[in-house]
Design a protein around this ligand. Structure first.
Ligand SMILES: N[C@@H](CCC(=O)N[C@@H](CS)C(=O)NCC(=O)O)C(=O)O
Length: 356
């Protein structure tokens, strides 16, 4: 086996990044998280609790550009943030009735179990053990992702196998940490992990050269790369070593609230499919297609069935836009392609059941 130092002799074009983001790569199955905490007991009713409180409390990450990050005015922005806002609109017809609570990979599950937050919308991978023994229910997948590696282009690494002997930065309490170990064993790559909880510290460790590589969800790599001073100096390797279906989760036994979260996601997807946008939603109420009318509350009682106003769909799309608009707003600027997150009508995995 080669020592890590060898790979610094090769050069790699930054253009190699272009194809790396989730496009058509093979994936290994993600492994379940070891059960650490007891499941939440009995049924919970977050729907009523949130409605009577008048504010949704959303657990987000501590600052991942494109997903959840405060802007220069301190206003939270990102795909996950807009999911929280969309749910606030569904519940209150007010995108501002939401409080964002930053959570690390390590403390996010305690925050949800303890009731500190009503839901997590925080690049969290849906796994069997999180869905069962940790006591949660995943409502949807709002971003199909996979785990990858980022290195400085100057290292010359072309693939994960070139990481032989490398130090690799990783955050604890993640599927990332587990996949890394299993992938390295299966591929006979020896590495030294550098495990750091806080995102800014792990990124700093990577940027300063304390780690040769940084591994996380490829969306997270793209996000980190976009915030580096010379982003072209960082390369996301082509390996996709796991499946990371990311999405919002609630406490187990919280079916009514889960339905609102799940159908708000489906609304965003179906709105894109039917061409309903933030700008045209109000006019689309007159669209002759019955499903569009039901989504926007012109026909039927679908909102009421969720315990919401029948105009919830119209309100949500007017406030935040459809899934494609969210993607364009938050993820396209940091170099993430639709890939598997294209609508099913375009060969992707994003698909909503009927609004009927
Ligand atoms: N999807 C993986 C990893 C999630 C994760 O926490 N990723 C890191 C790297 S992008 C993150 O979001 N950090 C943000 C933070 O700690 O605030 C999981 O659910 O375990």
């Amino acid at each position: 086996m080669q020592p890590f130092g060898l790979f610094s002799t090769r050069a790699l074009s930054a253009a190699a990044l272009a194809g790396a983001l989730l496009a058509g790569s093979t994936a290994l199955p993600a492994r379940a998280q070891a059960p650490a905490q007891a499941p939440a007991a009995g049924a919970v009713n977050t729907f009523d609790a949130v409605r009577s409180r008048g504010t949704l409390v959303c657990g987000v990450n501590t600052g991942v550009a494109g997903f959840a990050q405060p802007d220069s005015q301190g206003v939270w922005r990102g795909l996950d943030v807009d999911y929280c806002r969309a749910i606030a609109v569904a519940l209150f017809n007010d995108a501002n009735k939401v409080r964002f609570v930053p959570t690390t990979a390590q403390n996010r599950f305690t925050a949800l179990q303890s009731g500190e937050v009503d839901l997590l919308a925080r690049n969290t991978t849906w796994t069997l053990s999180r869905d069962t023994s940790l006591g949660f229910d995943f409502a949807a997948v709002n971003f199909y992702d996979g785990q990858g590696f980022m290195v400085k282009a100057s290292t010359g690494a072309k693939s994960g196998k070139d990481l032989e002997g490398a130090t690799i930065c990783v955050q604890p309490g993640t599927t990332t940490e587990q996949n890394l170990t299993e992938w390295a064993r299966a591929n006979r790559v020896r590495f030294s992990p550098v495990v750091i909880e806080r995102l800014e510290e792990v990124v700093q460790a990577y940027a300063s050269g304390r780690c040769d590589a940084y591994t996380t969800d490829i969306s997270g790599l793209a996000s980190t790369r976009s915030t580096q001073p010379n982003s072209e100096e960082h390369v996301i390797l082509p390996d996709v070593i796991s499946k990371e279906p990311l999405g919002p989760l609630v406490r187990q036994g919280d079916a009514r609230f889960a339905d609102v979260v799940r159908w708000t996601h489906f609304l965003l997807i179906a709105a894109e499919e039917f061409g309903i946008t933030q700008a045209n939603a109000a006019q689309m109420v007159n669209d002759p297609r019955p499903e569009v009318q039901r989504m926007l509350g012109r026909g039927g009682d679908l909102g009421k069935m969720l315990g919401l106003d029948n105009a919830w769909g119209l309100n949500v799309i007017r406030a935040v836009g459809n899934y494609g608009e969210l993607f364009e707003r938050h993820l396209t600027p940091i170099g993430i392609k639709r890939g598997p997150n294209a609508l099913w009508t375009n060969g992707g995995l994003q698909y909503a059941p009927p609004f009927r």
